[in-house]
Design a protein around this ligand. Structure first.
Ligand code: SAM
Length: 339
């Protein structure tokens, strides 16, 4: 089977199962640290100020793939520090009813505004609204690595697709006939398995169709890589073996931001990928350092590094790190879009 099909059925089952406890199986950058939510709220507040000069309508925000709603709550709280609650509407989308129900229960503070919609975001044809210009800002955190992705490989001039068993183990290569994969195949480094985010590309088309033209923006956060040069540093066998990962019952792979950025531009977006920390620094104006702790990824200021030194040392951070001579390699990126 293609990885696209194996991943699609595994993740459908995993996320829609009421017994699934996602944050027992993994952490996400947005669930571990509220700095991304703070940065997005600062951006949204700036956009709202501009919006209010041109429109009487509330500014509409959509979040895609909300998990248990932790980012939504942190973002909402931050935004409410900056603008009035009547200034915006916030709609939360996910394809898992159990996760939407859990998130709803967490919205206990009535100032936190949220409408909840259950839909498959990799399938624009099924999106329950058809009006264009429906939202001014779309945000999504660590959903793209879960959307069905093909895994392809360039062997000389030929592009093949990697096929997997239902246990997500690589089985063999089949010549690729998918035009969306072939369109990008020439640029793939030879021998490395390349994730082609077909579900992500569908989602980008959906974002394009619902964003307000000449105003709308979107920020897509996830882990992965921003350039093939990064992955070429690893021997192909080593890279290929680590590309598909299973946490709990769900299957995830790196998000190919190089390809997504190119695709976004090809469908009419102004698009730019950057490290997630660069996005946060740009919005908050604070210089930050990335750290990986037991509970996940964090962005710390210098003062926080000093305050948490003991915890960091326990985690293996040494002298070079505290002297600023060594840095954690950050695998998190943001694709910022404008239409
Ligand atoms: C890894 S979790 C991330 C949750 C949260 N955004 C966070 O950062 O902690 C991925 C989320 O995307 C949702 N999701 C995955 N595939 C989806 C799809 N095709 N349509 C809608 N939601 C999807 C899952 O149900 C889950 O809530």
């Amino acid at each position: 089977m293609t990885f696209y099909n194996v991943q699609k059925s595994a993740n459908d089952r995993y996320y829609k199962d009421p017994k699934t406890r996602i944050y027992y199986d993994f952490t996400t950058a947005a669930s571990a640290c509220s700095r991304t939510a703070q940065a997005c709220a600062i951006k949204a507040a700036k956009m709202i100020a501009a919006w209010e000069n041109t429109s009487q309508e509330p500014f509409r925000i959509a979040e895609f793939g909300i998990g248990e709603g932790d980012f939504a709550i942190a973002f909402n709280k931050e935004l409410l520090k900056r603008v009035d609650s009547t200034a915006f509407e916030y709609v939360l989308f996910d394809f898992s009813k159990p996760l939407l129900d859990k998130a709803k229960k967490k919205f206990t503070d009535e100032r936190l505004i949220g409408h909840f919609v259950c839909t498959d975001l990799a399938n624009p044809a099924k999106f329950p609204y058809s009006k264009s210009g429906l939202f001014e800002y779309v945000i999504t955190n660590e959903m793209y690595d879960d959307l069905p992705t093909a895994i392809a490989c360039r062997q000389g001039k030929e592009i093949v697709e990697a096929h997997y068993g239902p246990d997500a183990k690589f089985e063999n290569y089949i010549p690729c006939a998918n035009k969306k994969i072939l369109q990008f195949g020439e640029t793939f480094p030879e021998g490395h398995h390349i994730p082609v985010p077909l579900g992500g590309m569908e989602n980008l088309a959906l974002i394009k169709s619902i964003l307000r033209k000449n105003f709308g923006m979107a920020d897509i956060f996830d882990y992965g890589f921003m350039s093939y040069r990064e992955i070429e540093k690893e021997p192909a066998d080593f890279w290929n073996q680590g590309l598909v990962r299973k946490y709990g019952g769900h299957l995830t792979t790196d998000v190919n931001f190089e390809l997504l950025e190119e695709y976004a531009k090809s469908i009419g977006f102004i698009a730019g990928a950057m490290q997630q920390s660069d996005f946060i620094e740009m919005m908050t104006g604070e210089k930050l350092t990335s750290v990986e702790l037991e509970d996940g990824w964090h962005y710390y200021t210098k003062a926080e590094i000093r305050k948490n030194r003991k915890k960091l040392e326990k985690q293996g951070y040494g002298g070079e790190y505290f002297e600023g001579k060594a840095q954690e390699d950050e695998p998190y990126y943001c694709l910022s879009l404008k239409i």
